[in-house]
Design a binder for this molecule. Sequence first.
Ligand code: AMP
Length: 286
Amino acid sequence: MTRILRLAIPNKGRLRETTASLLSDAGLDFEQSDRTLSVSVRNVDLDLLFVRTEDIAELVADGTADLGITGQDLLAEDGKNLPVLAELGFGHCRLVAAVPKASAAEKLKDLNGLRVATAHPNATRRIFDDRGIEAEIVTLRGSVEVAPKLGVADAIVDLVSTGSTMLVNGLRQIDTILTSQAVLVGSPAALATRSAETDTVVTALTAVTQGRRKRYLLLNAPASSVSRIQQIIPGLGAPTVVPLADNQMVAVHSVVDAGSIWNLLPDLKAAGARDILVLRIEQLIP
Ligand code: AMP
């Protein structure tokens, strides 16, 4: 008998809560626990494995888990080249090379011959090799940003989201060598033999991530403004136009990029739109 599909997710750290809310928003009903290694999702044939974020790529690569949620930086570090099934739109960060403020180094090339401390030695070495930089990589588990102060390294390669930790530690960023966000990855074996089941999970999670990037826009407008409004709204296909009881007026429904709303509003108002509602979309399945 084939076992239930397994999805490995972070049991602690930065990606833990955001991953759990993605799964809940996708409608998965499960108990979140710090203590258990795995739980069964109540309403779907899926087991969740709660594991360390940095172990997820390995567990998916060796088939212990069929699917996993992890950061692209960790995938790059692991070097397993797992298929990425979806970018999940959270856990955004950058792997950045930085030097003490007083350093003479201005660009990545200037790190040639220097000592570079990082918790991402494999990714750093690979990217440096690609760019022809020969540096001595000093592997540290944590507190990478204090390495130059301690005299352990001349520069660092570390993850940042805002960059404020680097500033506080007197460091100056010289280059971003990788950008990262959380992704859903799959084991090649599961993708080959259980594609219908893995597709269901991919569809459920991308429905949420796609929905989060969009807004449902409703507005009323004079019927005579419809073509102008249609030109303003770069909708998902054509907008829906519904006549109102007052037949001089229509309601226009559309789906637009969440980030574009504030730029659209002045033009829509100028075109005669009013009673504008902007709603979140829980799930979007194109
Ligand atoms: P953690 O388990 O807290 O060490 O973080 C796991 C993952 O969170 C990292 O590998 C990144 O993919 C992601 N992440 C997002 N923002 C940051 C950040 N500012 N610093 C470190 N990791 C981050």
